[in-house]
Design a protein around this ligand. Structure first.
Ligand code: SF4
Ligand code: SF4
Length: 159
């Protein structure tokens, strides 16, 4: 009998807790994004399409070290590095990424690449419109990911 009462008490407490959450959320303001008719509101930490950043001098921050590719669990970053020369300086380091591709058919937006980067060259933007009928177009190239000179975001990274 005592155990039955205990079970009834426990179930009642669980029900009250559950309904408390339900009623609390029923009274909250509804959050509905009217996409695509209105822009979507993102939390600052939202992990969208990547952006390859430039420094204050307009040079590419990426120094072609491959650490992001090594950290990527989906193996979706492809880099070809090249040496900077005095005649042609692309980044502030010894090397730069001549080719930098991210395959968004594999990317899981985990952010490991961003955490691994020693120069803060790669970040997540707020772009999310990746849907396509052509899987090949999900391989984004450096030109699509690189911040423009002057700070303008690349087209794919905009929200
Ligand atoms: S977000 Fe994750 S899966 Fe996507 S490129 Fe970076 S490390 Fe790879
Ligand atoms: S994005 Fe960062 S981690 Fe990746 S190659 Fe460039 S500098 Fe290295």
């Amino acid at each position: 009998m005592a155990s039955l009462l205990w079970e009834i008490g426990e179930s009642t407490v669980a029900l009250v807790k559950g309904f408390a959450v339900t009623f609390k959320n029923m009274l909250r303001k509804t959050v509905t994004e009217n996409y695509p008719h209105q822009p979507v509101n993102f939390q600052p930490r939202y992990r969208g399409i990547h952006v390859l950043q430039r420094d204050e001098d307009g040079l590419e921050k990426c120094v072609g070290c491959f650490l992001c590719a090594a950290a990527c669990p989906a193996n979706c970053i492809y880099i070809e590095a090249a040496e900077n020369t005095d005649a042609e300086r692309i980044s502030a380091g010894e090397r730069y990424a001549k080719v930098y591709n991210i395959d968004y058919s594999r990317c899981i937006f985990c952010g490991y690449c961003v955490e691994a980067c020693p120069t803060d060259a790669i970040t997540h933007g707020h772009g999310f419109e990746l849907a396509t009928y052509d899987i090949n177009s999900l391989v984004y190239r450096k030109e699509q990911l690189l911040e423009k000179v002057g700070g303008e975001m690349p087209p794919g990274a905009r929200s």
